[in-house]
Design a protein around this ligand. Structure first.
Ligand SMILES: NC(=O)c1ccc[n+]([C@@H]2O[C@H](COP(=O)([O-])OP(=O)(O)OC[C@H]3O[C@@H](n4cnc5c(N)ncnc54)[C@H](OP(=O)(O)O)[C@@H]3O)[C@@H](O)[C@H]2O)c1
Length: 209
């Protein structure tokens, strides 16, 4: 699979590592430009290349957003049209500034991302586990049990594609619902957020089968 990563910090570089280990081709981008990602390219090997955000967006069958949430207004929307876009971002007021509609619960952060990227199929995933746990908590497919990753989306095909990616990286996808109802179940402040739950326990906790 071809994976585009926008954001090359803790989460972006972790997903680049996991995807390349799983055999995917990865283009990864940050804000300061591909030249600043040379060391990361060397560290992660031949399947990972640095790019601009637009190039990563064009390249990916799946494109992951791993940037500070408030940067969602500064993404390559045209290149992301038609793509399955994974939103791994979380709203944090001290970092992102105040978004009243998020604080009073009117919308979820992933709905705002979807509205900003009307041509993309946004899927919220990989937001609820710490990056260092994401890096090392995956289990192979035959394992007795695996950690659950909650996944929310309004587009069912895009959701299935991200289910496959989650499984490929060693986790069990748990369908939390749509971006509004489901996204609300795995945002910061919920009982599943960074709780590192086995998939069955995660299903119980968010109330899905
Ligand atoms: N840290 C965690 O454990 C964790 C877990 C799950 C979800 N999250 C969420 O995932 C997101 C990323 O977190 P992180 O810890 O990986 O952050 P981070 O280490 O600070 O990395 C942020 C990355 O985003 C890049 N970036 C910022 N604005 C950009 C833009 N407009 N276009 C392209 N790249 C841009 C930065 O590039 P430069 O370095 O060039 O500025 C940097 O590579 C956040 O929303 C966070 O809440 C974090």
């Amino acid at each position: 699979m071809r994976i585009g990563l926008i954001g090359a910090g803790h989460v972006g570089s972790t997903l680049a590592y996991l995807c390349s280990e799983a055999g995917d081709e990865v283009l990864i981008a940050n804000r300061h430009g591909p030249d600043t990602l040379h060391d990361l390219e060397v560290e992660l090997g031949p399947k990972v290349h640095a790019a601009t955000p637009g190039e990563a967006a064009r390249f990916g069958d799946i494109v992951v957003l791993a940037v500070p949430f408030e940067q969602y207004r500064d993404l390559p929307a045209a290149e992301l049209a038609g793509k399955t876009v994974v939103d791994a971002c979380n709203y944090s007021r001290p970092r992102d500034g105040r978004f009243a509609e998020l604080e009073d619960g009117r919308v979820t952060s992933s709905e705002l991302v979807q509205w900003e990227l009307p041509g993309a199929h946004v899927v919220k995933a990989f937001n609820a586990m710490r990056w260092d746990h994401l890096r090392s908590y995956g289990h192979s497919a035959g394992a007795n049990r695996r950690y659950g990753i909650p996944v929310s989306a309004d587009d069912q095909d895009a959701k299935w594609r991200v289910f496959d990616l989650v499984e490929q990286l060693g986790f069990e996808p748990v369908d939390a619902g749509g971006l509004a109802d489901g996204g609300r179940k795995h945002q910061p402040g919920t009982t599943v957020y960074t709780a590192d739950l086995w998939a069955d326990d995660l299903r119980d906790r968010i109330g899905v089968d």
